[in-house]
Design a binder for this molecule. Structure first.
Ligand SMILES: Nc1ncnc2c1ncn2[C@@H]1O[C@H](COP(=O)(O)OP(=O)(O)O)[C@@H](O)[C@H]1O
Ligand SMILES: [Mg+2]
Length: 215
């Protein structure tokens, strides 16, 4: 079991509980679509899995490590080495070239593998765009860079929060195909938040978040 979310509870200060009793598991190599209405807590759950925020009850175990027992340094190491994130906003660094954006996370994690990054660059159709800057790319191209940056560390888990939410239909299809094929090739698991039934149906499993629980 790569990821186990066990009876997790989460409230923000002064607010109602966002996650009441969420349980979910993900095997290595599996792809799971997380759906739910706006405000149902999908992004919150992804943040918890990414060890970016703490929770109030239950446990999240990633790669055999119960998150509630980790200190800040161990959480940071888990983020750097085990998982990657792709967001609706591409979050590229405007002052860096495409090539530099692609390798930045792997470099910071001291996991830079130039051959793998070269392979990703070609696979994502970015070879001719290497020396450009993010503002010179279309949305679909920028999201392909974000996927490359995420996959550059060969994560065991890719977390994607509405990754095609800012893209038109054609660019969405390309981005989803690339993400699914890279995840399949590397044996990574994928937890993807989406509003689209069409996208959700292409993944191995679906989970629906409503009323603070998985339906
Ligand atoms: N940092 C925060 N502080 C306080 N409330 C938050 C914060 N982030 C999200 N919320 C609230 O938690 C609920 C779930 O938000 P979110 O996880 O973003 O939902 P979704 O991604 O499904 O749209 C919403 O009511 C939202 O307003
Ligand atoms: Mg969200």
């Amino acid at each position: 079991m790569l990821l186990s979310i066990d009876h997790v509870q989460k409230s923000y200060p002064g607010g109602r509980p966002v996650l009441n009793d969420v349980s979910l598991t993900l095997e290595q190599g599996q792809t799971l679509a997380l759906t739910g209405e706006s405000g149902s807590g999908k992004s919150t759950l992804l943040h918890l899995v990414a060890a970016l925020d703490g929770f109030d009850g239950g446990e999240i175990t990633l790669d055999g490590r119960p998150m509630s027992s980790l200190n800040d340094i161990e959480r940071a190491a888990l983020r750097r080495n085990t998982l990657s994130l792709v967001f609706q906003q591409f979050n590229l660094i405007p002052s860096l070239t495409i090539a530099q954006n692609l390798s930045i996370h792997a470099r910071l994690a001291k996991r830079e593998d130039p051959e793998w990054i070269e392979h990703l660059t070609k696979r994502l159709g970015l070879a001719d765009l290497r020396n450009r800057y993010p503002e010179q790319l279309s949305g679909g191209q920028q999201q392909r860079v974000a996927i490359g940056r995420a996959m550059a560390i060969r994560p065991r888990l890719l977390l994607a929060d509405e990754p095609t939410g800012n893209l038109d239909e054609t660019a969405s299809a390309v981005v989803l195909d690339l993400m699914l094929s890279l995840v399949a090739d590397t044996g990574a698991a994928l937890l993807l938040v989406t509003h689209s039934n069409e996208i959700a149906n292409r993944l191995d499993r679906r989970a629906h978040l409503t009323g603070g629980r998985i339906e």
